[in-house]
Design a protein around this ligand. Structure first.
Ligand code: AMP
Length: 118
């Protein structure tokens, strides 16, 4: 499998283990780890191992990968005991406040989320 990798990307470095993280889940396609600055009791990031900058670069070629990530999100949420619900967020670009340009989905749970956003 040829996986595109960006040597300057923080999350590529986390995926390859060059920067430490608290792993929650891993398979051949994706990696999940705890957010370093959690905004909820459970705050996990799920990323493709392949370097995709954001949702804006999701295409027919990688749609199956993104679909797979959503099955992983459901599994992680169940494993984390988020039976009362959770929020899944992916920021895209400056207006959304995306700080790491490697596609990632936040899983936030364990408390009642603010009614705004969204
Ligand atoms: P975003 O602002 O949507 O791009 O989200 C990036 C997230 O990555 C933020 O919630 C950060 O707290 C998180 N983050 C940044 N560096 C690390 C790291 N080394 N380990 C875990 N999470 C990180």
């Amino acid at each position: 499998m040829s996986v595109h990798h960006d040597p300057d990307c923080l999350f590529c470095k986390i995926v390859e283990g060059a920067i430490p993280s608290t792993k929650v889940y891993e398979d051949e396609l994706c990696y999940a780890f705890r957010d370093i600055a959690p905004q909820a009791p459970t705050h996990i990031l799920v990323v493709p191992k392949e370097h995709i900058p954001s949702c804006a670069q999701v295409t027919d070629d990688n749609a199956a990968l993104v679909g797979h990530i959503f099955t992983v999100i459901a599994k992680i949420a169940a494993d984390e005991g988020l039976t009362n619900g959770y929020r899944v967020i992916s920021n895209v670009g400056p207006d959304a406040g995306q700080t790491v340009p490697h596609l990632h989905f936040h899983i936030l749970g364990g408390k009642r989320m603010p009614d705004q956003m969204v």
